[in-house]
Design a protein around this ligand. Sequence first.
Ligand SMILES: [Zn+2]
Length: 174
Amino acid sequence: MNLITHFLSGAILAYFAFPKSWLTLVLVFIFSILPDMDGFWTKALYKHHRRSVFHAPLFWIFIAGIAFLINYFFNLIPNWIIYLFLSMILLHLLTDTITGRTAGVRYLYPFSKKEFTIYKRHPFEGDFKPLHPSERRLKHYLRYYMQNQVLLAFEILVTIVGIIFLIFFIRALF
Ligand SMILES: [Zn+2]
């Protein structure tokens, strides 16, 4: 899944489950793409889930647990922000599990490095730097990615429904 569809799927969930405000929308944007920040320093797309804890749910649940604990004693932010944080991250990891074509989600990390995806992965199709791939490599990857028409249809559907709910969300702010 790409950054835009991660954000849009987050916006659909936030529409139903969280207060409608500009703050929510900004936080949805940040939290829904946060796990992919490792893409900035990874040497290859297929490695970016492996070489960092950003696609390991237990890491984020641990962080959220600490945030809840600190907030319990010091009451710094409303708790729904932490719920938003956790639900956006877990949604990101769930949709990566559905759409992962080169890298999977390490649900059991740090106890196991096994990566989970619904479809069989071909890691070396993602053997390029996500930030500046060569044109040839990128074309090759996109052709590979689009071979799975079920997933392609899923991403297009998320994009369309996401844009509709994003418009509903923004309309509710005025
Ligand atoms: Zn991701």
